[in-house]
Write a protein that binds this ligand. Structure first.
Ligand code: AMP
Ligand code: ZN
Ligand code: FE
Ligand code: FE
Length: 283
């Protein structure tokens, strides 16, 4: 199996980078990409463990970019973690998270759901604190009945304590990934909440800006959606990729490599991605 979209404790996943590699090995995943939100800090540990136990790790990142009405996430694969522009951009994004988290906690306090900063920060542990950590803290305090309830009533787009944060355009995200030697892939097109025609137009625009692929296989995509995204990828000469968006057992209901249990990501997606990267990086 292959899985090109996963998270660790470096962002909002539950397993440490090394634990994630061991879980992948146990599940029969042979190629895994670690794509934490706005941070590359899990990659060193992940690559050491992957080499030790004998699975292939593709280094990655997931960057949130501006979009309405849904959310647009850009995956970047094979980025150079020492690239100064990318490092600076990611630090700026994490600063935006900190400002936003502070505002969310202020709003939650006004809504009779006070949380301490340290309580949420200790749940986050890593560099990239996000709404899932706040949701978990709310469950722990008994303010909400579940993680999903926290998003539905308080943290999701349009809910009571929702707060936006500084983001860049998708075109700039693609440019930063390219400058760092990486390959850009549009994550889970379903969450953009666009019509088929709007999505087609967006893919046309982004492929002119250097987009290389589309995440056609994703845990919440239906077979019809996967087929549609695959045909749009062909139309714009983009590769397709796939991943589960695994965040650890129980955090978001999706299993490593298999999503809701029935995902069948072709192994060729990893070969296509590797090949594209090799072609685009002259040596
Ligand atoms: P953040 O990075 O802080 O903006 O949080 C984004 C993460 O929160 C996503 O990767 C999901 O894991 C989670 N998330 C966002 N919206 C929802 C939702 N409506 N229900 C459950 N989880 C969500
Ligand atoms: Zn996440
Ligand atoms: Fe995402
Ligand atoms: Fe993700």
């Amino acid at each position: 199996m292959v899985d090109l979209h996963t998270h660790s404790t470096a962002s909002d996943g539950k397993l440490s980078p090394a634990e994630l590699m061991r879980h992948a090995k146990a599940m029969g995943v042979e190629v895994i990409a670690l794509t934490d939100h706005d941070t590359l800090s899990g990659l060193t540990e992940a690559s050491e463990e992957a080499a030790r136990i004998g699975i292939e790790l593709i280094p990655g990142i997931e960057i949130s970019a501006e979009n309405d009405p849904g959310s647009l996430h850009m995956l970047g694969y094979f980025v150079d973690p020492s690239n100064a522009e990318l490092v600076e951009t990611l630090a700026w994004l994490r600063g935006g998270r900190e400002d936003r988290n502070y505002i969310i906690l202020t709003k939650l306090a006004e809504l009779d759901c006070p949380l301490d900063w340290d309580e949420v920060a200790s749940l986050a542990g890593g560099e990239s604190m996000g709404r899932p950590h706040i949701a978990t803290a709310m469950v722990n305090r008994g303010y909400v009945s579940s993680f999903k309830d926290a998003f539905d009533r308080y943290l999701g787009k349009g809910a009571a304590a929702y707060t936006d944060r500084d983001k860049m355009t998708a075109e700039i995200a693609i440019e930063r990934i390219r400058t760092a030697g990486g390959v850009s892939v549009l994550a889970h097109p379903q969450t953009l909440s666009l019509t088929d025609d709007e999505l087609s137009d967006l893919l046309g625009r982004l492929s002119s800006a250097g987009l290389a692929g589309v995440e056609a296989f994703y845990y919440s995509h239906s077979e019809e959606e996967t087929a549609l995204y695959t045909s749009l990828a062909r139309k714009y000469d983009l590769i397709v990729t796939g991943g589960s968006d695994f965040h650890g057992p129980g955090l978001v209901e999706t299993g490593l490599g298999v999503g809701r249990g029935n995902m069948d990501i072709p192994k060729s997606v990893a070969d296509d991605l590797r090949e594209l990267h090799q072609k685009s990086s002259p040596r």
